[in-house]
Design a protein around this ligand. Sequence first.
Ligand code: CP
Length: 341
Amino acid sequence: MPLSTDLKPLNIKDVLEATGMRGKSMIFLDDWSREQLGTLFEAAKLLEPYSRARLDLLKGKVLYTLFFQPSTRTRCSHEAAMLRMGGGVITETDPLHNSAMAKNESLYDSIRVISQYADVLVLRHGDSDAVFAAIDRLGPHACPIISGAFGHVTHPTQGLLDMYTAYRVVDKPFTDMRIIISTPDLSRARSGQSFALGAARMGAHIIYTGASELRTPQVMIDKLKAMGASYEEHFDLDKKGNIALMEKADLLYLPGSSLKKEDPNREDFMRKVANHHFTLDDLQGIKRKTGRAVGIMHSLPRNDFEFDQAIDNSEFELYFKQIGYSVPLRMALLGAICGVN
Ligand code: CP
């Protein structure tokens, strides 16, 4: 009997091309189909063995990282991914002092210029409206742009690496997963919102739990509704209420606290954080009751008041595993967008 053509070995170049992402920007995860995202994860899995080695698929390509806000993970893992793929990197971490933006050059002009040096740009900026206005005006005059987080609304590659972690560690398809996004401040949770949007696109059920006065931005709710996402929202639950949600979930995502030290609402916020603070004991108790381990995800960096750091060395920890999965995922993303020949 002849072998089915489906059984031929996967070729990483073909898989990257099959994502349909070549030459495109990465801004919101609902811009992509379930099939495209699934193909990207397949590519990332093929690239995992090279994420601590080298595979020269992007030799000659240049990545420019332009960061208006601080970053360790997002910038360095994109840069590591490009270097592992054999490409080069130009880094700008303080554009308002080091670049021509110190001489009042506009964001539009800066990106239009950078696009003549680079094959792909990773941009982090605090003002999403300013970025969207510049991107609209740039039209075809910009290289592909990967959002390294814009304002409070989108951090798509964080969402992608979170989804890839779920894909690799949860022993069920996205369509059977139940994922909690838990924080007192859903309004500024760009990591959790991006993960929720992408996981919902893959068919997961999303459970939001937060404070009623700091809800998910309307733009995200509109996107979830437009894609027919399965989601529920809970507000002002006490710790017991949040534990009850966890008993029916596979993953608990803590997007990190947006609280500034000088915030006048700090006391009130800290009271609310306590309802979203989980300990190793809590997780062990849930496992004894349900027989299942709830994986704890966090975008990092973390504050020590956010969750019990005894979880670090337990079976529930996924937040450092997320970091490990971020490099092959971003290698796949850069390969898919830049295109490999
Ligand atoms: N998770 C995340 O975005 O971390 P950085 O701010 O270090 O990039």
